[in-house]
Design a protein around this ligand. Structure first.
Ligand code: CP
Length: 340
């Protein structure tokens, strides 16, 4: 405590990292991989949030060096397109001083038919300690983890329709920044639930927290057995968003129209698009979220996306770097404690 002032002296980030690192052994020390949100414990979540808060301070303070992961080699293997996830993992790793290798899949030996296991094994042989992987096949990250998990740690950056845990964790972090604990908060998830790994990982996480989860989609964009997800299911948007604290709007995957899963874009817009008129049904302090990329004026009107009093879209992106810094640090902490 500063004797001249009643306010406590600000704890410097590196010192805070020491504090987090003291908590680590009983919590994240036994976790090797991050494949989904379903096996995350409340204790892990608590440490993640505290670490991500600190990481946000560090990332917003560009002059402060931070080399906690300076001895680590991380590979980004993105077999599917990405802007937010790949860039934020790269920035997160570099901000912590790690060496990052981003494989250009198009020009890699994947184009010659190399399997994901052989590609992973190859980068592991070069000294990579952690792989961040996105792939269109559900279960692909788990496959790498189960095959090579004794040699490399795996973060699932999206596998098919199955899971996108770092997105759900950054969404959770963003919501708690705004509203504190999410118990009994109403969260509405609107759009293509059937094909959304973001929705699945969010629902699995929010179900642990006592959140009142509502999902709304056309019947053709609801998964089979939607009732078993742990959310209240609606086929129209209005009951889902009524009195909502948060509304997560999902990207309409426009290729679904070609598959005949929605009658027409204009009908989807008329029935499911979030606009200001519909937003009046939610709580007055409702916040709107979207994992991106946004189809402006398809699933949400552009003015809502850009209204920073309502939209958390940019905050989600900023928090994505901080939360991914925390994920990388906590997963690799056993390797880095001597570098603090
Ligand atoms: N939210 C998300 O996964 O975005 P990207 O596809 O751009 O990574």
């Amino acid at each position: 405590m500063n004797k001249e002032s009643k306010t406590p002296a600000k704890v410097q980030p590196i010192e805070q990292f020491r504090q987090i690192s003291d908590m680590k052994s009983s919590v994240w020390n036994n976790r090797r991989h991050l494949l989904d949100t379903d096996d995350i414990t409340m204790a892990e979540l608590d440490v993640l949030v505290k670490t991500a808060r600190l990481c946000k301070e560090i990332m917003l303070d560009p002059v402060r060096p931070c080399n906690l992961l300076s001895s680590q080699n991380i590979a980004l293997l993105f077999y599917e397109n990405s802007t937010r996830t790949t860039t934020s993992f790269e920035l997160a790793a570099k901000r912590l001083g790690a060496s990052v290798q981003k494989l250009d899949i198009q020009s890699s030996s994947v184009a010659k038919g190399e399997t994901i296991i052989d590609t992973a094994r190859t980068v592991v042989s070069m000294g990579v300690k952690l792989i961040v992987q996105r792939h269109s096949v559900s279960g692909s990250a788990a496959l790498v983890a189960s095959t090579l998990g004794d040699q490399v740690q795996v973060v699932n950056a999206g596998d098919g329709w199955n899971a996108h845990p770092s997105q759900a964790l950054l969404d959770y972090f963003t919501m708690t920044e705004v509203a504190g604990p999410l118990e009994n908060k109403k969260v509405a998830i609107i759009g293509d639930i059937a094909h959304s790994r973001v929705a699945r990982s969010n629902i699995r996480l929010l179900n642990k927290l006592g959140t009142d989860i509502h999902i709304a989609a056309p019947p053709t964009l609801l998964p089979a057995h939607a009732d078993s997800l742990g959310a209240t299911v609606h086929e129209t948007i209005e009951p889902a968003i009524t009195n909502a604290d948060f509304i997560m709007v999902l990207r309409l995957q426009l290729e679904r129209q070609k598959q005949g899963l929605i009658p027409s874009l204009s009908e989807y817009q008329r029935v499911y698009r979030l606009d200001r008129a519909r937003l009046t049904m939610a709580k007055t302090n409702v916040k709107v979220m979207h994992p991106g990329p946004v189809n402006r004026d398809v699933e949400i009107t552009h003015d809502l996306v850009d209204d920073t009093n309502i939209s958390l879209v940019s905050t989600q992106v900023t928090n994505g770097v901080a939360v991914r810094m925390a994920i990388l640090y906590l997963l690799l902490q056993q390797e880095v404690s001597t570098h603090v």
